[in-house]
Design a protein around this ligand. Sequence first.
Ligand SMILES: [Zn+2]
Length: 168
Amino acid sequence: MTNPTCPFCALTKNPDAELLIRSTNSVAFYDRFPSAPGHVLVVPTIHVGRLCELPAPIAAELFDVVLQVQRTLQMNNPADAYTIGVNDGPAAGQTIPHVHVHLIPRHHGDTADPRGPGVGRSGRLRTTGRTDRLHLRAHLRDPAIRRHAKAPHHHTTKQYPARRHLTE
Ligand SMILES: [Zn+2]
């Protein structure tokens, strides 16, 4: 479940890597190309490209680590706010095809427009149409479709136990 050419897989397998923390299925480390001081990446140890490919317990554990890192950052070096995000696919700016959560400390005035480069503000995209909104709502409320939308079957919770013990 790792990819030999993936830098994040190499990092998660490297016992000498400078990790901030390692849980059963995730690791956190400082971004090598930080957007701001304290920019941390939190990465699952299995190699999947997209967030929706993660089994739900692994995704929950991943965000549990995000929260623990954020709380600890905030205790040590308080920020005014945080940008926490996933560039989920190349069109959204994902450059390494292994899911990772950015955790970026933010401060008042650190950029002219702290909301970032949303396509909605470029004028190319306006609001979601009423038909699309109703369609999505109907799908989200349909248990048969929700079952279909779960993570692929080859990821099982037995294979990847959602233990949340932090080991370092
Ligand atoms: Zn990988």
